[in-house]
Design a protein around this ligand. Structure first.
Ligand SMILES: Cc1cc2nc3c(=O)[nH]c(=O)nc-3n(C[C@H](O)[C@H](O)[C@H](O)COP(=O)(O)OP(=O)(O)OC[C@H]3O[C@@H](n4cnc5c(N)ncnc54)[C@H](O)[C@@H]3O)c2cc1C
Length: 309
C-alpha cells in the first residue's frame, strides 16, 4: 500500500491509528498513518516526502486542542513525540524539544529552582503545541518566556527569535506557516525550589477546582474576546448540562464541553453550533472556536457555522 512505502523503515509509523487515543477529548476516526520522527533530519525528510507527494498532513502534539473527524484523516499525522522530548540547558536557556510535555518542562525548571514555568505544569500540552498556540493561563503565556524556536520545513531547519514569532492570543507564526516546531528555548528566573514547587501545587489545585478535569475535553471551546467571557454568556443562557449524544456543556465550567463517555466529534460540533448560534442571537457576539479541526478537506470548515469563525 502507498502509505507503507513512503518512509524509511526506521521511522516509527502507526497505520490506521485511532484518533480517539491521540486526542484528549477521545473522539475521532482513524488516521492513515502517524509518524513519529526521532531526529530533526528524519523530520525534514518526512516533510519533504509528504510535500513532494502532495499528501495532506497534520502536525499533532498531545491532541489537547484538537477535534478529529469521526470519518478520520486520509493523510499523514506528524507527531513529534517521545523520540523528540529531551530537555537540557544551553548556556542560561532551557532547550525543550517539541515532544516534551509542558509538565516535564515545568518540573525541569523547578528542579533547578527556576521560576516562570509553573503555569505550564497545569496545561496538558507538548512544548510544540504550547508554542504554536501561545498557550497560557493565570496571566502568563508562552510568549513571555520563549527566546528562540527552531522549526523545520522541507528545506531544513529555521531559527525564529522571539520578535519573529508573531505571538497573539492563542496563535503564533506556526498557525499558518506549516512548519514543524522542533525545539524551543526558554528563559526563567532564579528562585527557590521549594517556593516554585509550592506555586505549582497551588496552581494545579486552582485548576482542579475550576475545571472539569475528571472528564475528557479539549479545554476552552471558544476564544476569549472583548467584554463578557464566553463561559459567562453560556452559563447565563442556562446551557450548563446541555447534552448532545455524549457531548455535554460542563456543569462545573460552561467554557468546557466534556465527553461523558461515548461522544462523537459530530456530537461536539452540533453542541458548538447550538451554543454558538444562541450566543450570537442573544448577545450579538460571534464566538470563535479555540479548538483545531483535524479532518479531510471536504470536512474542513465544520467549525465554521453560520454564527462566525
Ligand atoms: C483540561 C485542559 C485544560 C487546558 N487548559 C489550557 C490553558 O489553561 N491554557 C491554554 O492556552 N490551553 C489550554 N488547553 C488547551 C491545550 O492544552 C493548548 O491549546 C495546548 O497548547 C495544545 O498543545 P498540544 O501539544 O496538545 O497541541 P495539539 O492540540 O496537538 O495541537 C494544537 C495546535 O498546535 C499545532 N502543533 C502541535 N505541535 C506542533 C509542532 N511541533 N509544530 C507546529 N505546530 C504544532 C497543531 O497542528 C495544532 O494546530 C487545555 C486543554 C485541556 C484538555
Amino acid at each position: 500500500m502507498f502509505y507503507e512505502d513512503l518512509f524509511d523503515d526506521e521511522v516509527e509509523m502507526i497505520f490506521d491509528a485511532d484518533l480517539n487515543t491521540l486526542t484528549t477529548v477521545k473522539t475521532g476516526g482513524k488516521a492513515k498513518v502517524v509518524v513519529s520522527p526521532n531526529s530533526s533530519e528524519q523530520l525534514i525528510k518526512i516533510i519533504r516526502i509528504v510535500k513532494q507527494n502532495k499528501i495532506p498532513f497534520f502536525i499533532l502534539g498531545n491532541g489537547s486542542n484538537v477535534l478529529a473527524s469521526d470519518k478520520g484523516f486520509n493523510g499523514v499525522i506528524i507527531k513529534p513525540g517521545r523520540f523528540l522530548s529531551q530537555i537540557f540547558f544551553e548556556k542560561d536557556l532551557i532547550a525543550a524539544e517539541a515532544g516534551a510535555t509542558t509538565a516535564m518542562l515545568a518540573n525541569f525548571a523547578m528542579q533547578y529552582g527556576l521560576t516562570g514555568a509553573e503555569f505550564l505544569s497545569t496545561i496538558p500540552a507538548t512544548v510544540g503545541g504550547a508554542v504554536a498556540m501561545n498557550a497560557g493561563c493565570f496571566g502568563y503565556t508562552v510568549k513571555d518566556k520563549v527566546q528562540k524556536v527552531i522549526a523545520a520545513d522541507e528545506n531544513g531547519e529555521h531559527v525564529f527569535y522571539a520578535n519573529q514569532l508573531m505571538f497573539g492570543y492563542r496563535t503564533s507564526i506556526f498557525e499558518n506557516n506549516g512548519m514543524v516546531i522542533i525545539r524551543a528555548y526558554f528563559k526563567f528566573e532564579q528562585s527557590d525550589k521549594e517556593k516554585v514547587e509550592e506555586v505549582m501545587a497551588k496552581l494545579k489545585s486552582l485548576k482542579r477546582n475550576l475545571q472539569p478535569l475528571d472528564f475528557p475535553s479539549f479545554g476552552s471551546v471558544f476564544k476569549r474576546h472583548e467584554g463578557i467571557s464566553p463561559a459567562i454568556m453560556i452559563d447565563k443562557l442556562g446551557f450548563k448540562g446541555l447534552t448532545v449524544g455524549g457531548a455535554k456543556v460542563s456543569e462545573k465550567h460552561a467554557g468546557f464541553f466534556v465527553n461523558t463517555g461515548k461522544a462523537t466529534t459530530e456530537d461536539f460540533l452540533t453542541l458548538i453550533n447550538i451554543v454558538g448560534s444562541k450566543v450570537y442571537e442573544v448577545y450579538g457576539v460571534k464566538l470563535k472556536t479555540e479548538v483545531k479541526y483535524l479532518g479531510d478537506t471536504d470536512d474542513l470548515g465544520r467549525l465554521s457555522y453560520s454564527y462566525g469563525v
